[in-house]
Design a protein around this ligand. Sequence first.
Ligand code: SF4
Ligand code: SF4
Length: 286
Amino acid sequence: MVGECKVGRMIDIQILERSDSEITLILKGVPLEYANAIRRAVLEEVPTMAIDYVVFYDNTSALSDEIISHRLSVLPLKSDTAIEHYREPEECRSSPSPSGCYTSLYLEAETAQQEELVVYSGDLKPQEDPEIVPVYRDIPIMKLGPQQRVVLEAWARLGRGREHIKWSPATVSVLTYIPTITISLDKCNMCKLCVENCPTKAIDIRNSEIQVNESKCILCRQCVKVCGAEAIELGWREDEYKLHVESSGALRPERVVLEAMIQVKKKLMNFYEEFERVLSSSGVKL
Ligand code: SF4
Ligand code: SF4
């Protein structure tokens, strides 16, 4: 898709790969600093729900309350509707928090005399909001031995990755150059050292022909180091980057990227408004 950027460049965004959990975009005409701001906002700024405190009513398991709380806190929770329905993280940090911040999930599990039981994330039951549930139902939280019991209430709220990584909607967010590989056939003696040393199989020799797959290249320069004939020239495309985002499952990967853009825009608007206020209170006429 091509559009005109306000800074005067043509923007072209292509979806290279997309699945339920990952998205890879090719960004052309997007300034590096903008693309990097989006990459960082993906990890640190997009709000998601995560368990923030736990009330234990009973715990006779082998694990302490603290360890169980920690395990609960890092479970990704579905957050698609939460961004619209819950208060911003910054509004919820005061004590007591205002209404509209938290929702709770209830867990109760017990074993008989000869029984053992693994308690899974899917055993957490939402009490008020059926939309806020663990993304994955099969993550083990703890194992109960015979005649053990745990009863707890876990309270979740919106937060951001910069406060704690448990709130980050992405497990991976990377921005990379798009490599170019040029092999000078005049210099190449088909020794195959580059093929043997390339960790990603981006270079191959078949039927005495060198084949390159630039999309596999990670610019590690191993091929250049081993090529005694100095036949390989590595570079990268100007003004073109690859953004790869892997979601924790809390939000769909494309939503993570869109929300990151919204967060960057909000920050710039806050900056703009504050600067405008400072200018106006200083008597500077615009
Ligand atoms: S290492 Fe250099 S000379 Fe050997 S096959 Fe590769 S490009 Fe050709
Ligand atoms: S730079 Fe690394 S990944 Fe790319 S072709 Fe050379 S050895 Fe392979």
